[in-house]
Design a binder for this molecule. Sequence first.
Ligand code: MIC
Ligand code: SF4
Length: 646
Amino acid sequence: MTGGSVTQQILGEHLVEGELIAGTEIAIRIDHTLTQDATGTLAYLQFEALGLDHVRNELALSYVDHNMLQTGFENADDHRFLQSAAAKFGVQYSRPGNGICHQVHLERFAVPGKTLLGSDSHTPTAGGMGMLAIGAGGLDVTMAMAGEPFTMTMPEIVAVRLIGGLGQWVSAKDIILELLRLEGVRGGRGRVFEYIGLGVEALSVPQRATITNMGAELGATTSIFPSDSQTLRYLKAQGRERSWRAIAAGTDAAYDAEIVIDLDALGPLVAGPHSPDNVVPVEQVAGTLVEQVAIGSCTNSSYHDLAIAARILDGRTVHPNVSLVITPGSRQAFLMAEREGIIETFLRAGARILESACGPCIGMGQAPASSSASLRSFNRNFEGRSGTPDARVYLASPEVCATSALIGRISDPRELAIPYPVIPLIPAKYLIDDTQVIANPPNPATEIVRGPNIAPLPIFDALPDRLSGPLLLKLGDDVSTDAIMPAGAKVLPLRSNIPALAAFAFARVDPTFAERAKKQPGSFIVAGSNYGQGSSREHAAIVLRYLGVRVVIAKSFARIHAANLVNFGILPLTFTDQVDYDHLASGDLLDMREVAAQLDAGGPVRLTNAVGKVLELRHELSARQRQILRVGGLLNHARQGVLAVV
Ligand code: MIC
Ligand code: SF4
């Protein structure tokens, strides 16, 4: 068969501009969009600001799954805002309680061969279905809903060849943890991971989705599996076989690199604090006391994940010092678990069952006890993300989590004195009930309902020709967006109120930051490699811009965050010579002249530091991005008549 890799085939079918040459700018047509509530409010405020009366892409979904703890009016107001915006613009609305966006999209909407752009970094989950699914900032998703193509740098395509088969007690989570061990959190920058080889065939769609989901932690543009008989089986079980088409890499498929993982040789793995790539075999951390175990999140909360955990817990009770919390990934998984006695098993074992939502994964409740260890089947363990600054969070498969909950220490499930539970990877038929998704034909007459916490979008000015100001903060490598703009139960309710949210920028890194920034507009930030890794939250760019930050200089940037900086008019620059990082210190006054001309010239961008030394920096901005920056951001750019479809 010819046709190139799966990635190339789907990109080729959706290509609007450019060529599929790695490192060059391409634009692709987007079929599906998804937003979640924590990024969705801004996305729909921005859509409203474009002045369009309905979404233009094939299928737009608005999920509510993050901001679910209603300790004040803010989150409920946001839900009401989202529901009314969805009704007005013709967006389907998945109600709170219906499940985590990625899990529900996989179950009920994902289609092999189509493209999906989502305002959440784990959007590539749908790659488990052979869909080309990419995470992006909310404004990029807004533009896709406006029918605009999505512009990105064509990634390299890396083949991940799976050979052999998973042994007992070894799970899909261990495959992606192994890749994180091999490649690290920067290993996926500018790359797509495409899974090939005989080891792929035995993996079910939910297993594949665990792998593509956590590909986000590699910093990858996306991850994808072929669409094959497993995909058909899954779609049939979801009553959606009509959405199936076969997509396989052609015999001529050429990849930029290949990584081989021998599944026979894999054992259970654990990522230790505070990074998803801090991966070791379970034996190395076995014995670590855990006070909390959490099974859930968009990585590992499928029906099968719940079923296997229940079989391990069946007839036993969790260790008295362990709080076991379970968040089923979707209402479908929850209902099936309830119907089949899985929920009863959990309850009898002493588990605490939460609603179908992100919950503890984003610090929306269930913050662990001070300086304790929490073991989670989730995808991220950045410092402080759990809501407890000194908690140590470990990541592992549902099998390791359930076993450890019984023993009270991180434990190897292979040492359990029970036979390996054999459970079909997917049921013959899933329980189908789409009543909690409101299909909205566009109704421009609908009034959008706004609560008092929904603030107007800030208005940003154009890029001045001289940028001079203080270096406010100098940071190290791998700074996550959780460090830039924390989430959690206290801060997330402010997501639709940028002035209030801005007070928390870098709060865990430097509590004086927001106040200092406000007083010194035109400021700079300096960071090491992979600045802005992790989430897609554009708030991590908007609040900085709101506080007057104009330039971020880093050794390198994470893809989504770099795009978000441009979208909100912050200039991302990199060091030509990495030692120049050492020539900059917090408090330095920096000066950059003739900014637009320097950017357009394409050569080094010169900046003078505190002692008059000229540093040569670089940018990787396309002509389109320079134009966006010049006018102060993508929203200004779109409103100035560049939007093709209006
Ligand atoms: C996350 O896992 O960090 C989030 C919360 O889902 C984010 C989105 C957000 O910050 O709202 C993500 O992954 O993009
Ligand atoms: Fe939600 Fe956590 Fe998944 Fe983010 S990683 S979408 S917070 S479950």
